[in-house]
Each structure stands twice: as C-alpha cells, then as structure tokens.
Design a protein around this ligand. Structure first.
Ligand code: SF4
Ligand code: SF4
Length: 82
C-alpha cells in the first residue's frame, strides 16, 4: 500500500526556524520567502510531492505548528475494457 502524506502549518505559531525543513527526510519542505506570518516570519510550506506522513517535522517543531495527515492509497490497476 502506498502511503501519501501532507501537512498543514499553523502560521500563527510558525516562527520560521527551519528545523522542519532540515529534518524532513524527503526534502519537501522549505520556507516561503515571499510571505510573512502574522508574527513576521517566513512560514514553512510543502514545496513538492513526496511527503510520506512520517511526522518527523511535527515532532521536531518547537512551536507545535505542524499537523500531519496520512492516507493509505490502495494500488489501482488499470484495466482495459474487454
Ligand atoms: S511528514 Fe515527514 S515527509 Fe512529510 S513533510 Fe513532514 S518530515 Fe517531510
Ligand atoms: S519547525 Fe515549526 S516553527 Fe520551525 S519553521 Fe517548521 S513549522 Fe515553523
């Protein structure tokens, strides 16, 4: 079963420390240099597909700003119409 994940960053809490960016094993996080949070920090965002939902980013975030979601996707086989 393929597992896909995605995250949500609570921008009211994120302080742009970049810890999550450095710890993500598949390198799909970055700071959004073009936006600022209400507190004036560049927020962390997902920048690519490939998040596995491993939760490492949420574990290391000192602000508790990340929520991780996971979804198991059953493999689908394309079937040609007979
Ligand atoms: S859940 Fe894992 S793979 Fe997904 S963004 Fe966080 S550290 Fe990266
Ligand atoms: S670890 Fe938390 S506070 Fe730091 S950049 Fe990532 S989401 Fe923001």
């Amino acid at each position: 079963m393929a597992v896909t994940g995605w995250i949500e960053v609570n921008e009211a809490l994120c302080k742009g420390c970049e810890l999550c960016v450095h710890y993500c094993p598949v390198h799909v996080l970055a700071l959004d240099e073009e936006r600022l949070t209400p507190q004036g920090y560049h927020p962390a965002v997902l920048v690519a597909e490939g998040c596995t939902g491993c939760t490492l980013c949420a574990v290391v975030c000192p602000e508790g700003a990340i929520t991780v979601y996971r979804e198991e996707k059953p493999k689908r086989r394309a079937r040609a119409a007979a």
